[in-house]
Structures are given as structure tokens and as C-alpha cells.
Design a protein around this ligand. Structure first.
Ligand SMILES: Nc1ncnc2c1ncn2[C@@H]1O[C@H](COP(=O)(O)OP(=O)(O)O)[C@@H](O)[C@H]1O
Ligand SMILES: [Mg+2]
Length: 359
């Protein structure tokens, strides 16, 4: 277990800067997830922490020691990648122990650590198999086992489940959560999948174009996104955004008009007085529509998906904006019909033109 601090970390590849001064504190034993769209810099950040990529400027500290210039092998970190890269000619046991063997660890200790990791990962019956005799999920467990035997201070995972099919991904996600509970180790996990982030993380770091957009516990980000990007990224299906015009605004009450939603007028109980203007966006989560809420609206249904436990209605308003509405108790809505629904302004979000949240 170790804590980890990033100070003003910048990474450039030649003239291209891909990480723009990242500051982050990760506490000992925490499960931190870096999430963001493809290309936002998640792997680059992780590789700098691992020591597989140099840092252009800034510093990285593990347990209050500056490791910015420390060799990867000396950092006490183990990394699990998307591609498991097991040695095909070695058994599971040999694959797991290979790293320790290379560093001259005594044989008895290798055996003891391998046995312990195999038990945690339920790999005991597979120890004498070769990788080609394993399923994708089993191979990924061996790759995780290889990290566990090293008893690292920090575990790094770079999209470890992306190569697995959907069902297996859910099962492995649960196993990784359990592994964190069992080991209590500091773990940093990279994914582009916000559901993985929500379910695994103690703390989520939302990245976009090499900047941190927001850091917080999963439900903190869900309930209180700082900006339109986080609001749209966290939550599935995504938050709906409607064009909104601020007609008047005082502390405690901001009146907006929704031009594409039959010019609906809504009073939002915001604590900030905002300038009058057209370029705002109103955000409503699909699950926050509720027939019994205060502010009624209607939309034209394109498609309704009735999943049994809940239904998702894909619809358009009078101005042609697309909305996704979760209708929990609705099993009847059909395509081309008009859906009457409602929302509570207290649960709606307002964003400025540049995407800042208005509180
Ligand atoms: N070795 C490299 N040389 C040049 N550009 C790179 C290199 N590695 C990554 N990049 C660029 O850095 C950005 C971030 O990449 P990456 O960290 O892999 O994103 P992510 O893991 O979030 O998908 C991308 O624009 C990518 O093209
Ligand atoms: Mg990546």
C-alpha cells in the first residue's frame, strides 16, 4: 500500500502536448479510476506513473519519495494491460513466477507467493495449463496473478477487460472489486467505460484532452457534475441537454425558456444570478423524468425499448432535439405516439455556453 501524488505533470511528444499539468493526490489503499474518451491521455498518464514513459515536466511521488527519475523496476509498481502477453510455452505457474525468478527470488518464496495468488484468483486447478488451454477471462486472471505475486505498492490496470465479451467483463469487474477488498492495495484503473468507473472506483478522475475535468466519488460526480462534459460522460444513458434561454435571473430564481420544447418556461432555484442570454443548456437525466413531477412536457416518440424492469423512450421535442426518457412504469408507449411526461426543476442542471455548471 502506498499513496501517490502527481504535481504539475506535463507530457509532450515533440511539439504535441498531450498531458497539460495534472495535479492529483491518491491515498493509500484507494481504488482510483481514470476515465475519459479514447485519446484523452489515460494510458500516457498511467505509463508515466509506471515509469514506462518519461515526464516532460512536473513530478511523481510514491510514499512521499520523488520517483520521477526512478527506473520502472524500482518503483514497486505492477501493471496489467489490455493484452495479457503471457508466455505461450510456459504454464500458468511459470508465467506467474517468471518475474520473481528474473529478480532472483528464492524458489520457495516464488512457490509460496504463486500459491497465494492462485488461491485469491481461483487459479489453483489451472496452474499446470498453458495459456492456449485457457479462456480469455482465465488468461486475464493469470495476468493479474503475475502482478499480485510481485506484491507491488501500487497496481496499475490499463483497460484490462476491453478484450473480453460483455458477460465476462461484468464477471471480471466483480472479481477486480473483490481483489481490491481482499488486498486493500492502492489501485489505479484506466477505462473509457463510465459504468466500470462508477462500479469500481472510490474516486473517479475524469480526463479530457489531457486535462482533469473533475475528481470525486462516483455519486458525487453523478449528483454534482462541475461541467457539461462530466454531466454528459457520467451516467447511462447520458443526460439530455436542451437549448435554454435565460429570461431573467436573481439569486434563488432563474427563469429559462426552452425554445425547442414548445417554449416551455421553467423556474430554476439556482443560487447564482446569471446574465440574460440564449446560449445556455438545460440538463435533465433520463431517470429524472416522472409523470407526477411538477413541470409537464410532451415529446414525440421515435422508439420505445421495453426491457421489463424499465423502459427507455427515444423521442424528439417540437424543435427536433433528441431526448432519452426512462419511463419505469410504462410498458405501453409505442413509436410515433406522443408521450406526456414531466420533470422537477430542482433536479435539472443549467450550463453556460462554455459548459460551466451554474449552481
Ligand atoms: N508515443 C507517442 N507519440 C506521439 N503521440 C502519442 C504517443 N503516445 C500517445 N500519443 C498521443 O497522446 C494522446 C493520448 O494518448 P493515450 O494516452 O494513449 O490516450 P488514451 O489512453 O486516453 O486513449 C493521443 O492523442 C495519442 O495519439
Ligand atoms: Mg489507452
Amino acid at each position: 500500500m502506498a499513496d501517490l501524488v502527481l504535481k504539475d505533470v506535463v507530457k509532450s511528444f515533440g511539439p504535441l502536448t498531450v498531458i497539460h499539468g495534472v495535479n492529483l493526490q491518491i491515498n493509500s489503499g484507494e481504488f482510483v479510476v481514470f476515465v475519459g474518451p479514447s485519446g484523452c491521455g489515460k494510458s500516457t498518464l498511467l505509463r508515466m506513473i509506471a515509469g514506462l514513459e518519461t515526464v516532460t515536466s512536473g513530478s511523481i511521488h510514491i510514499d512521499r519519495q520523488d520517483v520521477t527519475q526512478t527506473e520502472a523496476a524500482e518503483r514497486g509498481i505492477a501493471m496489467v494491460f489490455q493484452t495479457y502477453a503471457l508466455y505461450p510455452h510456459m504454464t500458468v505457474r511459470e508465467n506467474m513466477g517468471f518475474g520473481l525468478k528474473m529478480t532472483g527470488t528464492p524458489k520457495a518464496e516464488i512457490e509460496q507467493r504463486t500459491a497465494k495468488a492462485a488461491k485469491i484468483l481461483e487459479l489453483e486447478p489451472l496452474l499446470d495449463r498453458k495459456p492456449k488451454q485457457l479462456s480469455g477471462g482465465q488468461r486475464q486472471r493469470v495476468a493479474i496473478g503475475r502482478a499480485i505475486v510481485r506484491e507491488p505498492k501500487v497496481f496499475l490496470f490499463d483497460e484490462p477487460l476491453s478484450n473480453l465479451d460483455a458477460e465476462l467483463r461484468v464477471a471480471m469487474r466483480v472479481e477486480i472489486a473483490k481483489l481490491h477488498n481482499d488486498l486493500g492495495a492502492t489501485m489505479i484503473y484506466v477505462t473509457h467505460d463510465q459504468v466500470e468507473a462508477m462500479t469500481l472506483a472510490d474516486k473517479i478522475v475524469v480526463l479530457r484532452k489531457g486535462h482533469i475535468e473533475q475528481v470525486g466519488a462516483p455519486l458525487e460526480l453523478y449528483d454534482n457534475p462541475n461541467n457539461l462534459f462530466v454531466a454528459g460522460f457520467i451516467g447511462s444513458p447520458s443526460m439530455n441537454f436542451l437549448q435554454a434561454e435565460v429570461l431573467e435571473s436573481t439569486i434563488g430564481k432563474t427563469t429559462v425558456r426552452l425554445p425547442a420544447q414548445d417554449n416551455l418556461s421553467v423556474d430554476l432555484p439556482l443560487t447564482t444570478a446569471m446574465p440574460v442570454g440564449k446560449a445556455y443548456k438545460l440538463g435533465i437525466r433520463p431517470e429524472h423524468f416522472d409523470r407526477d413531477a411538477s413541470t409537464a412536457l410532451k415529446v414525440t416518440v421515435d422508439v420505445a425499448e421495453h426491457l421489463g424492469g424499465t423502459s427507455y423512450v427515444y423521442a424528439r421535442n417540437s424543435g427536433g432535439e433528441k431526448l432519452v426518457i426512462e419511463a419505469k412504469h410504462d410498458r405501453d408507449t409505442a413509436a410515433k405516439s406522443i408521450l406526456q411526461t414531466a420533470f422537477d426543476p430542482v433536479r435539472a442542471f443549467l450550463f453556460t455556453e462554455s459548459g460551466e455548471r451554474v449552481r
